[in-house]
Design a protein around this ligand. Sequence first.
Ligand code: FMN
Length: 198
Amino acid sequence: MGEYEVRNNPVSNGAKRAQIADFDAVEIHAGHSYLISQFLSPTTNKRTDEFGGSVENRTRFCRMVIEEVRKQVGPFSPIMLRLSADEMVEGGNTLEDGWRSYMPRAVKERFGKPCISMGNIRDPEVAEKLLADGDADLIGMGRGLIADPEWVNKVATGHECDIRKCISWNIVPLLWIICISLPEHRQHLKTSASSIRT
Ligand SMILES: Cc1cc2nc3c(=O)[nH]c(=O)nc-3n(C[C@H](O)[C@H](O)[C@H](O)COP(=O)(O)O)c2cc1C
């Protein structure tokens, strides 16, 4: 592996395309056991060359991708890096103690970069506390916004009580997502179940 593979990596080329398409920032996915995280993690990276072994070696591919993306998008475009800060598997990359807020805080403290916290953040008070305590600079939400796309507007206008709660109950059949909090999706499930029975 060398400059050629990184330069022709779809990640770096995609960053340029995203910029041309007028996105405000690009995110390099280095988490969730995807390619870059497979290099970062001692559980999957068993290489004996300059891309395996020490932390410096395991992070080499990731750093090359960041450098290439920076070259592609120029000096002024924000680049985000998505990391599994704690892999929660034996032998994987770990951080110690506590619930997830320790992850963005640890990354912030180590690298001095703004951090987004993500995962099971449902309650506006929890989100606010993460920001107020300085554990994160931004909040990311996935399923909570699927359950209630008006989440942000409701919080902004003091209608927190009206938020339709996400209970993290989803099914992902191929190209779309079923969310049990949405009445129309529950109906779809009932209809599918009864058509299977008959
Ligand atoms: C249907 C679905 C698809 C997802 N796809 C991606 C993805 O393509 N890239 C990614 O980084 N995370 C993806 N995630 C993970 C979310 O970004 C997020 O980390 C996860 O859902 C936890 O946050 P939440 O509790 O707010 O949903 C996906 C999650 C769901 C439920």
